[in-house]
Ligand binder design. Sequence first.
Ligand SMILES: Cc1cc2nc3c(=O)[nH]c(=O)nc-3n(C[C@H](O)[C@H](O)[C@H](O)COP(=O)(O)O)c2cc1C
Length: 344
Amino acid sequence: MSLLLSPTNVGGLSLNNRVVMSPMCMYEVKKEDGILTPFHFAHYGMRAISKVGLIITEATAVDPDGRITKYDLGLWNDEQAKHFKKLVDWIHYLGGKIGVQLNHAGRKAADAIHPVAPSAIAYSRDYRTPNELTIEQIHQIVNDFGTAAKHANNAGVDVIDIHGAHGYLLNQFLSAVTNHRQDEYGGSLAKRYRIVHEVIQAIKQNYQGPLWIRLSLTDYDDSGLENTMDDWKQVGKWMEADGINLIDASTGGLLNKAPNFPVHDGYQTSFATKLKQSLQIPVSTVGLLDNPGLSEYILQNHQADLIFEGRALLRNTNWLSDAAKELHDHHFKPFNDSYQRGQK
Ligand SMILES: Cc1cc2nc3c(=O)[nH]c(=O)nc-3n(C[C@H](O)[C@H](O)[C@H](O)COP(=O)(O)O)c2cc1C
């Protein structure tokens, strides 16, 4: 029996296997109201039927101006929450588990007329220069995360995954490259972490389930200003103390820069492993892990605790069945007997 496809208890959650559907924006909310559409029920439902261990929804905004685009999901109002509960029930009915990724896009809110950020520095020439957040606005955003967590809690989600990566608002605060503030939310690493600490507390007031966070462990920057792995280890320790149950380790997105080495299968895993070695809590990995043998190798060698699959699951909803064949894992059972008949 493979580790990849066998049950586990990790990050505060029991799962049927170690494959997680990585959060991926679908930009399918054509009405621009942040509400789930039939597309989402089919899209996520299919992954539950194909037995993905945990589905994490695409980045779901806590505030209208926190959307990456106006076609994103939102969880700031009751109507959105009502539909979200239906999705959670739907996935549970199909035997799956589902988490929500909560996000504020900050300066990368492409459709916001007045985007906000820790400092007034634009992401690139194609993006508006954001307004520097006032202290009151920061408190409001912290509250918005708390409100979204209340909706997620009422919906019965299995996990909340805070989006602290890919250059969105919390990542912008954590980095000295994008956070030039002189007040209590900027300066030292501890001060840059303050908003994340407050967001965690605000979420925990309304939700006591497993709480995960996605981080970008490098910005592929050579200015000397980016957080080092030692900084991320310190941040990880604070998160552990704050009650985070798993760090979902990714990279990049803060700056308009690609990896500064040839991208290869599992190219982000060494970052996850370095963090994992200095923490008690589990760390997951993501990024070009389409090859099930590589994913199994990572798990067998304790390089990470869970495998997130993104594009592989967009291409192939039956990725787990195919992985079972490749790994000669005869314990993996498709959704029902009819699907079993599709197995050669
Ligand atoms: C279409 C698309 C949308 C994405 N949207 C998100 C997102 O909403 N939140 C997030 O954390 N990452 C997002 N990502 C990044 C993926 O979750 C994943 O980290 C990345 O694709 C690398 O994994 P992969 O090689 O398995 O695809 C997105 C990726 C794709 C391809």
